[in-house]
Write a protein of this length. Structure first.
Length: 395
């Protein structure tokens, strides 16, 4: 039997990256050989590793850091060259590029090996970079993405809104693979584990625990969430995460006795913590162009844990919450509106109803197995030479 070799390119060190791991495992379990070539900018992780059948090659000899804006342009081409050298030696059947910052290298590898190019657009990359780069560079990024994307045999997005825009502009075939977790990991969390976690967090069972569990990128509405704690001193606010807003978050947390910042949450602890909290908050800036395309992991994890969400009504985030009825939507995330939504969810029965709606949707559509099945189906269709992927299964 011929085993298809898939090489994935990634510009983070794979700690692991939840979306990338989900897709890679789905392919491995379907008989593909998957190697991820990723960029460990600070050489913090092993250069070679095997993650349950996924081969990892981490590039260590291109040193850089994160959130350096346009200066990354001095380092990124060096990673592309190194990644292309490594990938070409593997002679892949597929080159799977995670985000625009790897697509140029993928195009080089395709030209050198004749492999199939898959573009996996986790988010609207030019819009995300608008928070960090000057406008002329954003314009060039958008042009570059449009040109490179036409070299790919298929495009994957995490956002149904971005998918529709790409199809309208002639970028077919495009399918959506959202960021949704393995439900088994959440259902396996025991009542005893939840009680133990609440005890460790110092939160009595009869008191309300509201959480933010995600990155601190500049598109997130974090400070109003913290300020809402001043309006609800009887509610426990716990935050897990790290990123560009960390200094502001830590400064704000110091003002309130009922807010705790725990730092980054390890991947294997996600199910337990999500099951432990009572309410999950996730706010995106409505004045940020990329917010409409954001399809957060946090939303899928809250649904898998049967926990209600409080979220801003923007893009895929708002669409999924509205369609599933899994939480409350805010037109604008202010301390007052966030506190008001928390007040509305103090009733345990209301929380249970919203949480159950989210979990029911997770069982049928918004889960890892459904996403992996769609990815394998895409690979099979591309292998068979299908020029137009059927989109009837799109959620």
């Amino acid at each position: 039997m011929v085993v298809n070799q898939v090489v994935m390119l990634l510009t983070n060190p794979y700690k692991p990256d939840a979306r990338v791991r989900r897709e890679a495992m789905g392919l491995v379990e379907s008989g593909y050989q998957v190697t991820i070539i990723c960029w460990d900018r600070a050489a913090e992780y092993p250069a070679y590793e095997n993650d349950n059948g996924i081969e990892l090659i981490r590039v260590h000899d291109v040193r850089s850091s994160y959130v350096v804006g346009w200066r990354q342009l001095f380092y990124l081409p060096r990673f592309w060259r190194k990644a292309a050298e490594l990938a070409i030696k593997l002679d892949p059947d597929f080159i799977h590029c995670h985000d625009l910052d790897t697509l140029g290298a993928g195009w080089t590898i395709k030209r050198r090996t004749g492999c199939t190019l898959i573009y996996d657009s986790h988010e609207h990359y030019p819009a995300v970079m608008s928070l960090y780069l000057p406008r002329p560079l954003i314009w060039l990024l958008a042009l570059w993405e449009s040109w490179l994307q036409r070299k790919a045999e298929a495009t994957i997005t995490a956002s149904s809104i971005l998918r529709d825009e790409m199809i309208t502009s002639g970028m077919a075939p495009v399918i959506t693979l959202g960021n949704f977790p393995n439900l088994e990991a959440f259902t396996e969390v025991t009542v005893a584990s939840i009680k133990s976690e609440r005890l460790a967090l110092g939160v009595p069972e009869d008191e309300l625990l509201v959480a933010y569990i995600a990155g601190f990128t500049r598109d997130r509405v974090l400070l109003p969430f913290i300020e809402a704690a001043g309006l609800l001193p009887e509610v426990h606010f716990h935050i897990w995460g790290n990123g560009a807003q960390r200094d502001q978050v830590e400064e704000a947390v110091e003002k309130y006795d009922n807010v705790i910042h725990h730092g980054w949450l390890e991947h294997d602890r996600l199910p337990t913590v999500f099951r432990t909290v009572d309410i999950v908050y996730y706010g995106l800036r409505t004045d940020y162009p990329g917010a409409v395309y954001n399809a957060p992991n946090t939303l899928g994890q809250a649904m898998a844990a049967a926990r209600p969400v409080i979220a801003t009504d923007v893009g895929d985030l708002g669409r999924i919450v509205h369609e599933t009825g899994c939480g409350l939507l805010l037109g604008d995330a202010t301390p007052q509106s966030i506190a008001g939504a928390i007040e509305d969810l103090k009733d345990k029965n209301v929380r249970a109803t919203l949480g159950e709606r989210g979990y029911a949707a997770a069982l049928t559509t918004y889960n890892e197995r459904a996403i992996q099945k769609r990815l394998v189906n895409l690979y099979e269709k591309v292998t068979a030479g299908s020029n137009h992927l059927r989109l009837e299964e799109e959620p």
